[in-house]
Design a protein. Structure first.
Length: 174
């Protein structure tokens, strides 16, 4: 009985060694992975690559106007931004900087200094600012982004300004 068991164990061990050696000698095929080869910048909804071609570089500094409305619902703080440019110019990748004023501020941890003028920057990522039009953008701001605030107050406690933009373009002269 011991002899039969020994022979069976030797056959199983030999088969395992043969299998391991034959698998190790096989060439491993790389996985078939689709790698994007084109630029992803042209596919971004807030960047129109044709915008600079539709006009000329803007001949001066822009005058952006940003209106902010706060909507509080179900524990969420949703900000609605309305961005315009006085000259009617267009721009890609518009960022607004949101800041609060007139709200009660507390230290984040005991002994920390007060941060009365914290700001966050938000990308208007749905579309670029078009010629003579209005850019509407909505963003939800979580409580942890302004830890120092006891509450978010009302729309009057918030303001925003455009701080970053790209491809500022004026209409072609007639």
């Amino acid at each position: 009985m011991k002899a039969v068991l020994t022979v069976v164990l030797l056959l199983v061990a030999g088969g395992a060694v043969y299998f391991a050696v034959s698998q190790a000698s096989k060439e491993v095929e790389p996985p078939d992975v689709d790698v994007p080869t084109k630029s992803t910048v042209v596919d971004l909804p807030y960047n129109d690559p044709n915008l600079p071609k539709m006009g000329v570089p803007a001949p001066g500094e822009p005058k952006f106007n940003v209106k902010v409305e706060l909507e509080q619902s179900k524990g969420r703080n949703t900000f609605h931004f309305t961005v315009t440019e006085e000259h009617g110019w267009a721009a890609n990748a518009v960022y607004v900087e949101l800041r609060h004023h007139g709200l009660k501020v507390k230290p984040i941890r005991k002994g920390d200094p007060l941060i009365p003028d914290r700001r966050i920057t938000i990308l208007c990522d749905k579309s670029p600012l078009r010629f003579d039009s209005v850019l509407h953008h909505t963003a939800t701001v979580a409580d942890h982004e302004f830890l120092e605030l006891e509450d978010f107050g009302t729309s009057e406690n918030w303001s925003a300004e455009v701080t970053v933009y790209n491809d500022l373009t004026a209409r072609k002269p007639d």
